[in-house]
Design a binder for this molecule. Structure first.
Ligand SMILES: NC(=O)c1ccc[n+]([C@@H]2O[C@H](COP(=O)([O-])OP(=O)(O)OC[C@H]3O[C@@H](n4cnc5c(N)ncnc54)[C@H](O)[C@@H]3O)[C@@H](O)[C@H]2O)c1
Length: 435
């Protein structure tokens, strides 16, 4: 394929070299005459393992060249990959001026082109940028998105220092677009890689890179804070984290990664507090660990606000324990939510089969009666009755047989789902907690 790559920095240089190695003819475009000249001599613009040899081979096979003319590059290629920089502004916003300028140049060049052109955004950009780039290209080309050109989002996940290896061995290739032909073209660039190709919504493709990198930053700071606590106690932090990583069921795994309601129960809140206090007692600051509890409390507030905004005051809870399958009410975030609502004068009914049974058989009875007598009186035995008498239904357990009550639920002012039950999402009055 004839491809143009806009921006000859880390991402552009690696893309150009690796695409040429895969047999494509690639033209680099940059505003820097120096970088363009380097490429036209068969030299990469960055220092990176293996990139020199890749460039040499591509250059000798006549597959690599560069220009400062966006018009020439677009005219002679069918697909343009945007890899220009997207630095932070002094206030932390994204500076998209290079991206927009590139879109203008591609637009102007497309004015004089008859064939369909595919534009790929490889730079890291926030959701909505793909749409905006399409609008700029439409404005400057006088052509129509979807008819004469398409814009596809395809974030780059490489790391400097292992960029070529990362290019050839990504964990996943993410492609977001709205034009089948353009998507097929972009997919064809990566079919030789041994990695799954995920075609998804444009905005998901745009956001994922931010979520990935934010998580990487969180991992690093988490490990560092654990390290600081370990050092204060003369414990080998690397051995601790090595062991931590061996748990691929709960630690390094998809477990706990579904957006939802606050954590609770008898272990997580207590053990987090224990570790943070241990650090504090040893004069170790733990800003990341220390703000976890605040974030968890905030999630309860988010749930409360969803209920409050309905303006209704008759509320029913389906599930009160901190998760389904247990009657444990200790530190259940739903108990906190119920107490907040009661404190603000809401009328509450609670259906929780396990809590009701344990009250009957005495398993959890003492705790419920002593600590939560006010809630104890609100527990009802019949779920249908609970729903019928409420204006707003809060669903907190995945075991709820939602399909059997859809008609009744549809009559309510709102169904607030804290756990994401697929059957409920079709309701017109549905309100997902954070989805
Ligand atoms: N560096 C990384 O490790 C990495 C990894 C993944 C994603 N990214 C993302 O990829 C994008 C590029 O990053 P980078 O590190 O390669 O940037 P970079 O600063 O190294 O390179 C950007 C290049 O774009 C050129 N440029 C600017 N305006 C241009 C224009 N109008 N036309 C042509 N060229 C133009 C600049 O001269 C420069 O050579 C950023 O959004 C970045 O966040 C970077």
């Amino acid at each position: 394929m004839e491809i143009s790559v806009f921006g000859l920095g880390y991402v552009g240089c690696v893309s150009l070299g690796c695409l040429a190695k895969n047999g494509h003819h690639v033209t680099g475009v940059d505003v820097s005459a120096f970088k363009v000249e380097l490429v036209n001599r068969g030299k990469p613009t960055i220092l990176e393992k293996d990139i020199d040899a890749i460039f040499k081979e591509g250059y000798e096979k006549g597959r690599i060249s560069a220009t400062m003319s966006a018009a020439d590059a677009v005219k002679n290629t069918e697909l343009s990959i945007i890899c220009v920089g997207t630095p932070s502004s002094p206030h932390g916003h994204l500076n998209l001026s290079y991206i927009y300028k590139t879109a203008e140049q591609i637009g102007e060049a497309l004015r004089a082109k008859d064939s369909f052109h595919t534009v790929v955004i490889r730079s890291t950009v926030l959701p909505g940028t793909n749409q905006k780039i399409g609008e700029i290209i439409e404005e400057f080309s006088g052509k129509k998105r979807g008819e004469h050109f398409s814009v596809v989002s395809n974030p780059e996940f490489l790391r400097e220092g292992s960029a070529v290896k990362d290019y050839y061995h990504p964990a996943v290739t993410v492609i977001g677009g709205d034009h089948e032909g353009a998507l097929e073209k972009v997919v064809s660039l990566y079919t030789s890689l041994d990695a799954p190709i995920e075609i998804t919504d444009i905005k998901i493709a745009e956001l994922i890179k931010y979520v990935n990198n934010t998580y990487h930053a969180l991992k690093i700071t988490f490990a560092n804070e654990v390290g600081n606590i370990c050092k204060s106690l003369d414990i080998d932090s690397h051995k601790v984290m090595e062991l931590f990583c061996k748990d691929t069921h709960l630690n390094i795994s998809p477990a706990y990664f579904k957006p939802g309601f606050a954590y609770g129960g008898s272990c997580l809140p207590k053990d987090l507090k224990g570790l943070v206090t241990l650090g504090h007692d040893n004069y170790v600051q733990t800003p990341v660990l220390g703000c976890i509890e605040g974030s968890n409390e905030h999630q309860k507030k988010v749930a409360y606000e969803l209920v409050a905004k309905t303006g209704k005051r008759n509320i029913c809870f389906i599930g009160l324990s901190f998760k389904e399958g247990t009657d444990d009410l200790r530190y259940s975030p739903s108990v906190d939510l119920a107490e907040t609502l009661i404190g603000k004068g809401y009328h509450i009914r609670i259906f929780d089969e396990n809590v009701r049974l344990s009250k009957l058989i005495g398993a959890n009875e003492a705790f419920i009666n002593e600590r939560l007598p006010h809630l104890s009186e609100l527990i009802v035995a019949d779920v249908e009755d609970a729903i019928r008498n409420a204006d707003v239904v809060i669903v907190n357990h995945r075991t709820f047989d939602a399909a059997s009550y859809l008609q009744l639920l549809a009559e309510k002012a709102a169904v607030v789902d804290l756990v994401r039950i697929p059957e409920l999402e079709q309701l017109p009055n549905y309100e997902g907690l954070c989805w």
